[in-house]
Design a binder for this molecule. Structure first.
Ligand code: 0PR
Length: 365
């Protein structure tokens, strides 16, 4: 550490040059995060010092965390939902599997997950000492439920389904998984980290939420399609007892127990997430999601026009293509199978899609 402090201007000037190295979102087609809504930024600043890790000190913030989980719970059709704001999908998925493991203390616990699962499940299984049983896809990049059934045994503590897969933007057959979960008495966790704030605003979207009795818990992330600042995820559970099973004593805090994974937690981002939901309402979200879906369609039609077919018709605003090359200057990502993957987040404008398609066309000549 330096002995004498450095002048602020010097620090800020260094930081500006560092910031200049960061990609601005304009040509980023690979991210599930986006530019935060201006209200989220404003509110984060307003609540910047708020720590949800000691909720008795920040009662107003803590009440808003409850409002946020209730709002997301009602969007996903469960009144009296129990949940909390996590640091994102990874933490929510870890906590969901912790809950499942507590509920079923077997000698060699395993979890049945789809091949398409986000890598956070690998982390969760490693941390929790769980065997991860990976179920192959059905050829349409969705979980093969018949295969899943064969993977479940008396040591299975949880079954996982994805509503809006990271790589191909499809939804696993959650209805059938929910029936299976009830039949085999296992915890069904639905990872809707991405799709949870997309599917509720689409007509004819598959049912993936608490309307299905077998769904025990859901991950849904405001810091993806909720346009909050980072980090805000949410873990929602059907029963209060599920989260309470994770309680540890916190004798010197203002509350005597906590079930969260993190201790100190940012309040500002959480309040910002709630504020954006209020500002936009169902109408605002429906409009934004519609735009993202329309741009996904524009992209798919354009790519197909150039001879690059979409790998599978997506159900959310993520599309993957059989396209081995990437036009210069654009940030796309590649799936595990090597397909070009594009996420049409709110920052990806129609103009950006048109420019990208133009560059794809140039690549062909
Ligand atoms: N579940 C699903 C379905 C996800 O897509 C993701 C993240 C997670 C869980 C984990 O969420 P957290 O990253 O909030 O813990 N999906 C993106 C991915 O890994 C996240 C991302 C965001 C990646 C922005 C890149 C990026 O620029 O692909």
């Amino acid at each position: 550490m330096r002995t004498a402090g450095c002048p602020e201007e010097k620090i800020l000037s260094f930081l500006s040059s560092q910031k200049a190295k960061d990609r601005c979102y304009r040509k980023v087609l690979s991210s599930m995060c986006t530019l935060p809504h201006p209200l989220a930024v404003k509110v984060q600043e307003m609540f910047i010092e708020s720590n949800l890790g000691d909720p008795g000190l920040f009662q107003g913030t803590a009440e808003i965390e409850t409002l946020l989980t209730e709002e997301l719970g009602s969007l996903l059709h469960l009144s009296g939902v129990c949940g909390y704001a996590t640091s994102g999908g990874t933490e929510s998925n870890i906590q969901a599997l912790r809950i499942a493991r507590k509920a079923k203390p077997v000698a060699s616990p395993n979890v049945v997950v789809p091949e398409s699962a986000h890598f956070s499940f690998e982390k969760a299984c490693d941390l929790l000492g769980l065997e991860m049983r990976t179920v192959p896809s059905d050829g349409r990049y969705r979980m093969d439920v018949d295969a899943a059934e064969r993977f479940i045994d008396d040591q299975t503590i949880a079954l996982v389904g994805i509503a809006g897969t990271t790589e191909y933007g499809v939804v696993d057959p959650i209805e059938r998984l929910a029936e299976l979960a009830l039949e085999r008495q296992v915890h069904l966790h639905v990872d809707a980290a991405f799709g949870g704030l997309v599917l509720p605003f689409l007509e004819d979207a598959p049912v993936f939420d608490f309307r299905l009795d077998g769904v025990a818990s859901i991950s849904v992330d405001p810091h993806k399609m909720g346009m909050s600042t980072i980090p805000v995820g949410c873990l929602l559970t059907r029963e209060e007892s599920m989260l309470c099973a994770l309680n540890v004593d916190t004798p010197y805090l203002t509350v005597k127990k906590e079930f969260t994974l993190a201790g100190t937690r940012p309040g500002g981002a959480v309040v910002g997430a709630w504020a954006v939901l209020q500002l936009l309402g169902r109408d605002g979200f429906t409009r934004i999601v519609r735009e993202c879906m329309d741009r996904t369609r524009l992209l798919i039609d354009g790519m197909e026009g150039y001879g690059y077919p979409v790998v599978v018709e997506p159900e959310v605003n993520v599309a993957a293509f059989e396209c081995p090359n990437t036009p210069e200057g654009w940030q796309v990502s590649r799936t595990r199978d090597g397909h070009m993957r594009i996420v049409c987040m709110p920052h990806v404008s129609t103009q950006a899609i048109e420019n990208f398609l133009h560059d794809i066309g140039e690549m062909n000549v």
